[in-house]
Design a protein around this ligand. Structure first.
Ligand code: CTP
Length: 400
């Protein structure tokens, strides 16, 4: 799985750094090329000499070699790598990454990176529980970085709890799993729509909905994680991703989303419409802000175009189109009707009656409907895990 893969192992100043030479040995045994990059303080925990011997490459830590002034390019390393694993990752370096700070070689390389990044935050119990640490983990995940959760157990302080770095064998497995899955959608182009749309009433007000875009973003990342090139049409939410295989087109209104989808859909193999598109839009939004002394009893609305139905009509042989259905009653029969009416290959049903499902949450509970097949219901899962279920079902459809 890792034969010929170029793996950068980034080490920061955590005690678990003493286990990293073993990770490097394991990676090399699997046939990977390994480049170690470490922060200056990490050298207090494991020596560059040990690391360069086991990796069979000089360790990089500074921008240039003091003796001869030769330059190390953080950009070249960022382009060379197939994956970067940061283990152990301290709270300090993680906070700098979350803020985009680049005050050492390792951090500068992170900003120049074009490959998947895996991070294994490792620290003592109370540090790991601190809200800023949790926020930073969340921020890095939202950038598309893969979080390797620490284990529970005995910590260097003698305390027991969460914060231990996963053992080198498990870190290796994370990378092997990633590369083994990666190829399934290689060469495929996918369009995903996500988030709400905002329909303007005047220059400062709009009609919208509380879709967070998280489900669509998770689907986009899951496809990119398996080698697809993804066009993400994203409504007005603050989500972002750093993954090079996801190209984002940002839109506000249903009309803008429609135009973007219609121009991109003919060039993709799969379309997944997870966006919560407004069904109505004001007929004539006010040019100036509506003052409160002006009475506003009614806003006249007109229906928006049903983007998914339009794509269903455009769909060519060999293309797959997947929709979502958000229902509050008669869920299965409503979703089945949408599946048929919109000419879809699959519909992902969310019921707002299920706790933890639908808008804004980090979890979702779905039922997949495919023509001529019984519904497949899944338990409540993280949106990332739900995205994996959705794309596995798409893969089966394409193989059938
Ligand atoms: N959809 C769309 N364009 C619209 C409305 C919905 O492309 N103007 C898509 C959504 O992205 C989703 C699917 O249609 O994939 C179903 O959306 P949903 O809101 O559940 O249903 P609607 O078709 O809008 O029907 P209703 O609101 O009557 O349930």
């Amino acid at each position: 799985m890792l034969k010929g893969k170029k793996i950068v192992v980034g080490i920061t100043a955590g005690i678990a750094a003493y286990k990293i030479p073993l990770l490097i040995r394991l990676l090399k045994k699997e046939g990977a090329e390994v480049q170690v990059v470490m922060t200056p303080f990490a050298k207090d925990f494991v020596t560059p000499l040990t690391l360069s011997v086991v990796s069979a490459r000089p360790v990089l830590s500074d921008y240039y070699v003091k003796d001869d002034g030769s330059w190390h390019s953080h950009v070249d390393i960022g382009l060379w790598a197939d994956a970067l694993i940061l283990a152990p990752l301290t709270a300090n370096t993680m906070a700098k990454m979350a803020a985009g700070i680049a005050d050492n070689f390792l951090l500068t390389m992170v900003l120049a990176l074009r490959c998947p990044l895996f991070f294994a935050p490792t620290m003592d119990l109370d540090m790991f529980q601190h809200p800023t640490v949790k926020q930073n983990i969340h921020k890095l995940q939202s950038l598309g970085y893969h979080y390797i959760e620490p284990d529970e157990g005995e910590l260097a302080s003698g305390l027991k709890g969460k914060g231990r770095m996963k053992e080198p064998e498990e870190l290796l497995k994370v990378l092997m799993d990633y590369f083994s899955k990666k190829q399934n959608f290689k060469g495929k182009r996918v369009m995903v729509s996500a988030g709400p749309t905002h329909e303007p009433i005047d220059p400062v007000r709009f009609i919208g909905n509380s879709s967070s875009g998280k489900m669509g973003m998770a689907v986009a990342k899951a496809f990119a994680g398996k080698g697809a090139e993804v066009e993400l049409i994203l409504g007005p939410v603050g989500l972002e991703t750093h993954l090079p295989d996801i190209h984002i087109t940002r839109v506000h209104t249903a009309a803008e989303m429609n135009a973007a989808c219609r121009s991109i859909f003919p060039h993709v193999d799969i379309g997944v419409m997870a966006a919560a598109v407004a069904d109505f839009t004001p007929i004539s939004p006010a040019k100036e802000k509506i003052k409160k002394d002006r009475s506003l009893e009614q806003i006249h609305l007109k229906p928006t175009d049903d983007i998914l139905s339009g794509l269903g009509k455009m769909k060519k042989t060999g293309q797959y189109l997947i929709g979502f259905a958000l229902e509050t009653e008669d869920e299965l029969s409503n979703a089945r009707q949408k599946l048929q009416k919109k000419n879809l290959d699959m519909i992902v049903l969310n019921s707002l009656k299920d706790e933890g499902a639908g808008f804004g949450t980090d979890t979702n509970k779905i039922t997949l409907l495919i023509p001529h097949q019984p519904p497949q219901a899944f338990p409540l899962k993280s949106k990332e895990a739900v995205a994996e279920d959705i794309i596995s079902a798409i893969q089966k459809l394409m193989e059938a």
